[in-house]
Design a protein around this ligand. Structure first.
Ligand code: ASP
Length: 346
């Protein structure tokens, strides 16, 4: 990065609480335009950055986020990649961890910062967390190391006091300003009086000269199945027979355990034999799938792949990405067994 000029940052505004205003008729929050948002952050001018912006039209509540929006965001980044030093994506918190995970897989060889942020209170509110989050995200997107290279070279979520790896993040709170956490990975930076980067935790490509390669094909024929005591064979078989389904993220107990009953393991084995990819992830917020119990081993013997310590958000978006690449089942299995961009510890 050239240090002799102002950092160039592109803000991609997708919507979310940060830019919302209250609808007087329904007394609910609705997304509003970027001009309203930026007018509420006059301090931004104090940053000596060249900042430009692009908006989703219309901006959305992130509950409406879908892969077509991820394609738009990735395309915007690709089209502006060489001109800008970093990208700040403003996004609702509800599906932020899914977007962060999806973008991490779509943007292969990313070596510039893509910092996603939003807020719990709209930017126009007196106690908003949006102003601070936006300013800090811009500073992180512009930060360089002692060699002048971008400090962050991956998709990350900045929220209140922490910067987290995007594909390791989960929304933990609907109320707290510290709304996100990586339960299986340390923070990339802590934000207090200063921004303190945890350089050892930051993702680095083995070769920074590789060109950005954007993968636009995501296959949505995927689903979650959540285990619970009382799940019946009929319900499970119905879910496993969903028409067109190609990949299932199975949320299991503890270290990746499921019922040992024959009807359960038979139903899983039959689905795997029909060519459905089944990934075993834990329902626990911390830790991962390990071969400890017979209850987990029988699931593996039925053909379910271990998701190790991957988050549910990264698991489902990685599944969409790998299916979108038209990989064979063997290739998909292999890819779930290693990290593409820091999403899993194997
Ligand atoms: N429903 C909002 C959204 O995800 C919540 C938020 O932004 O915090 O867009």
């Amino acid at each position: 990065m050239n240090l002799d000029r102002k950092p160039r940052i592109l803000i991609i505004y997708t919507g979310g609480t940060i830019g919302m205003i209250e609808d007087s008729e329904t007394a609910t929050l609705k997304p509003f335009d970027f001009t309203h948002l930026i007018d509420n952050v006059p301090k931004i001018k104090k940053l000596n950055f060249d900042i430009e912006n692009v908006s989703l039209t219309p901006p959305i509540d992130s509950s409406d986020m879908d892969p077509a929006h991820w394609v738009q965001i990735a395309k915007t980044i690709e089209e502006h990649y060489l001109i800008f030093d970093g990208f700040v994506v403003l996004h609702g918190t509800d599906t932020m961890a899914y977007t962060a995970s999806a973008l991490s897989f779509m943007l292969e060889n990313l070596s510039k910062p893509v910092i996603i942020t939003g807020s719990q209170l709209p930017i126009g509110e007196v106690r908003t967390d949006g102003e601070e989050n936006l300013i800090t995200a811009l500073q992180i997107a512009a930060a360089v190391n002692s060699q002048g290279s971008p400090m962050v070279q991956e998709v990350a979520i900045l929220f209140e006091n922490y910067l987290w790896r995007g594909n390791r993040s989960t929304k933990m709170s609907a109320d707290n300003f510290n709304a996100f956490k990586s339960n299986n990975y340390p923070p990339l930076a802590k934000i207090g009086l200063g921004i303190h980067f945890n350089e050892e935790a930051l993702f680095r490509l083995p070769n920074r000269d590789r060109r950005l390669k954007v993968h636009y094909d995501l296959d949505s024929d995927v689903m979650f199945i959540d285990l619970f005591p009382g799940l019946t064979e009929a319900t499970l078989r119905h879910q496993l027979s969903t028409p067109g389904i190609k990949g299932i993220v199975l949320k299991t107990y503890g270290a990746g355990n499921g019922p040992t009953a024959g009807w359960f393991t038979d139903a899983i084995r039959e689905a795997v034999n029909r060519g459905i990819v089944i990934l075993n992830v834990t329902q626990c917020v911390n830790g991962g799938v390990h071969k400890i119990y017979a209850a987990g081993d029988s699931l593996a013997a039925s053909g379910a792949i271990s998701g190790h310590d991957i988050t549910a958000e990264a698991a489902i978006t990685k599944m969409m990405h790998l299916l979108g690449l038209d990989y064979s089942i063997a290739e998909i299995r292999r890819n779930f067994d290693h990290s593409l961009c820091g999403e899993v510890t194997v």
